[in-house]
Write a protein that binds this ligand. Structure first.
Ligand code: PLP
Length: 419
């Protein structure tokens, strides 16, 4: 699927997905074009809403996750924003795992709040009773990350899905770190999956992008009073009722025709082409990332200057069992978090001593990269919020690349000598 899905050329057509770098598309009659605006006919008219290159790549990602429809966005942030805002509005409430990416935490806790959308954060380790207690009459979605960035907690997807469904709301899972190669959240009860395609899906640090995939399983009509944006006429599209007209594609069609139209976060066709190149080798790269990360985690775990390693591939990790349950072959991702016995200062000395590994605000690319979350990605959080997100002030986040494991470990060994 990584190589073949999403695009089947006809006789004499290009074998590789072509880059349709055009803002607009031409029609023979005014009537032909009018039908597109009424959503009576399908076709392209303006790239802010849809573009063929993007749609081929979205179809590939839908196939990888086992979904009914998908759309691409210009960033992972836009994907999570659209995924939630498509079914939330002023007065809605979200239940979210507290162990999520700092940018998403900010989006939900600060920006959504300004829009009148409230949140209750729950521990990823919360009991069923604690999860159930977080829901309110106006809850419209539950959100979590398969493997959280950077805390590397593994989401108990079945437990979260059960709680969401008991309250008649969908579970949205950000599957960026696991990728569909290691975990398919739909198979465990998630309803919608999101991605920062910027990470492993691209894998070469070439483009910033996002994706939203719908399983098509959530019955919006059964709870129409909550999801009236999907089940009642959309006056901005001549009264179309998305669930009636588009069935299992209703959620993605609404996000495309309404949110993309109004908020315009479309990725460029060229970026989608680059993303597709990354997708073609995704399983090969993910396997190598995970193999390397396992060796690096074992090396760090045995090192005297390292006080603690967080990696679910280690048998003594708190999330090892959940990883064995939810991840193919128990493989999680190439990202490791660890702490030095010397604390924050030692962390800084260690990072400055690295030669092969780069200090960079990025993870999940072919090159090994390192970051200090408390000073970088999570610096907007206070100590209490950091702890809730599973981040300690001295934690280092290491994204193990696909170089030789021996070279990566030698680099770490040398930098640890002076840390
Ligand atoms: N979700 C996760 C799990 C992430 O790690 C990130 C970014 O690091 C995002 C979403 C946001 O994605 P982007 O940087 O593509 O906007």
């Amino acid at each position: 699927k990584c190589v073949q899905a999403g695009y089947t050329p006809s006789n004499g057509e290009p074998r590789q997905i072509p880059i349709i770098q055009s803002t607009t598309f031409k029609y023979d009659t005014s009537e032909d074009m009018g039908k597109l605006f009424d959503l009576e006919a399908s076709g392209y008219f303006y790239t802010r809403l849809q573009n063929p290159t993007n749609d081929h790549v979205a179809a590939k990602i839908a196939a990888l996750e086992g979904g009914t429809a998908a759309m691409l966005t210009s960033s992972g942030q836009a994907a999570n924003f659209f995924a939630l805002f498509n079914i939330c509005e002023c007065g809605s409430h979200i239940v979210a795992s507290s162990s999520i990416y700092g940018g998403t935490f900010n989006l939900i806790s600060v920006t959504f709040k300004k829009m009148g959308i409230d949140v209750t954060f729950v521990s990823p380790d919360a009991s069923e009773e604690e999860l159930n207690a977080a829901f309110k009459h106006n809850t419209r979605a539950m959100f979590g990350e398969t493997i959280a960035n950077p805390a590397l907690t593994v989401l108990d997807i079945e437990k979260f899905a059960k709680a969401a469904h008991a309250h008649n709301v969908p579970l949205i899972v950000d599957n960026t770190f696991a990728t569909p190669v290691n975990c398919k959240p739909f198979e465990w009860g998630a309803d919608i999956v999101t991605h920062s395609t910027t990470k492993y899906m691209d894998g070469h640090a070439m483009q910033v992008g996002g994706a939203i995939i719908d399983s098509g399983k959530f019955d919006w009509d059964a709870y129409g009073h909550k999801y009236h944006g999907l089940t009642e006429p959309d006056e901005s599209y001549h009264g179309v009722v998305y669930t009636k007209q588009f069935g299992k594609k209703a959620y993605i069609t609404k996000a495309t025709t309404q949110l993309m139209r109004d908020l315009g976060s479309i990725p460029s066709p060229e970026n989608c082409f680059l993303l597709n190149l990354g997708l073609e080798t995704l399983p090969l790269r993910v396997e190598r990332h995970c193999e390397n990360a396992q060796k690096v985690a074992e090396f760090l775990d045995a090192h005297e200057k390292v006080s603690h390693v967080i990696y679910a591939g280690l048998p003594n990790d708190k999330y090892h069992e959940l990883a064995q349950k939810y991840m193919d072959k128990g493989r999680t991702c190439g990202v490791i978090s660890f702490e030095l016995t010397g604390g924050r200062d030692a962390a800084v000395r260690f990072m400055d001593g690295l030669k092969l590994a780069n200090i960079a605000t990025h993870v999940a690319a072919s090159k090994t990269m390192v970051l200090h979350p408390a000073s970088h990605t999570h610096r907007q959080m206070n100590d209490e919020q950091l702890r809730e997100a599973g981040v300690s002030p001295g934690m280092i986040r290491l994204s193990v690349g696909i170089e030789s494991a021996k070279d990566i470990i030698n680099d770490l060994k040398e930098a640890l000598e002076n840390a």
